[in-house]
Ligand binder design. Structure first.
Ligand code: HEC
Length: 157
C-alpha cells in the first residue's frame, strides 16, 4: 500500500523530467551544433536548463577569421596592422584601439555595439568598407555569433 502510494506520487515528476529531456533534444536538433535560436541567442537561455555554451573564440577563428579574413589580414602587410591569423588574432582584437576610429576598440568585451569589428562586419563603420572587403559578407547568423561571443566577455576560449 505504502509503496504503491509513493510510486504514484513520484510519477508526475518523472514525466516532467522526461518531457524536459524531450524538449531539450528537440531544441538541439537543428543540426548547427551551436544551439542558437533565430536571433543568435542560446536556446534555453533563461529557462534554467543549462543551455548550450556560447560560441568560443576558437570556433570563430576556425569558422570566420581563418577562412574569411586571413587572405588579407595576415603577415607584416596586414591592413591597419590587424592580423587575424590564429595566434595573432585575439591579441590584435580584444581591448585594442581601432586604427581607423581610435575612440573605439576593435573588440570591447561585453559591448558588441561599441566594438569596431562588429561595425565593420555589419557595414556601418565610420571609415572604410564593409568586411570582408569585396564580399561576400558574413550572414546574419554568423555575425550574431561574433556579437554573442563579445557580449559574453570576449573570452580567449
Ligand atoms: C580583400 C582583403 C580583405 C579581406 C578579405 C578582409 N579585409 Fe578587413 N580590411 C582590409 C583593408 C584594405 C582594410 C582597411 C580599409 C578599410 O577599412 O576599408 C581593412 C580593415 C579592417 C578593419 C579595421 C581595423 C582597424 O583597426 O580599424 C577591421 C576590423 C577588419 N578589416 C576586419 C576584417 C575581418 C573580420 C575580415 C574577415 C571577416 C576582413 N577584415 C577581411 C582588407 C580586407
Amino acid at each position: 500500500m505504502g509503496h504503491a502510494h509513493m510510486t504514484r506520487a513520484r510519477t508526475p515528476g518523472a514525466l516532467a523530467a522526461a518531457a524536459i529531456a524531450a524538449l531539450a533534444l528537440t531544441a538541439c536538433g537543428g543540426g548547427s551544433g551551436e544551439g542558437l535560436d533565430a536571433s543568435g541567442r542560446p536556446i534555453g537561455e533563461g529557462g534554467g536548463g543549462g543551455g548550450p555554451a556560447a560560441p568560443t573564440f576558437a570556433s570563430l577563428q576556425a569558422q570566420v577569421f581563418t577562412p574569411r579574413c586571413t587572405g588579407c589580414h595576415a603577415g607584416a602587410g596586414a591592413p591597419v596592422g590587424l592580423r587575424l591569423d590564429a595566434g595573432n588574432s585575439y591579441a590584435a582584437l580584444v581591448g585594442v584601439a581601432s586604427g581607423e576610429v581610435g575612440s573605439l576598440q576593435r573588440v570591447a568585451p561585453g559591448r558588441p555595439d561599441d566594438s569596431y569589428l562588429v561595425h565593420k562586419l555589419e557595414g556601418r563603420a565610420a571609415v572604410g568598407a564593409r568586411m570582408p572587403l569585396g564580399g561576400p559578407f558574413l550572414d546574419d547568423a554568423t555575425i550574431a555569433l561574433v556579437r554573442q561571443w563579445i557580449a559574453a566577455g570576449a573570452l580567449n576560449n
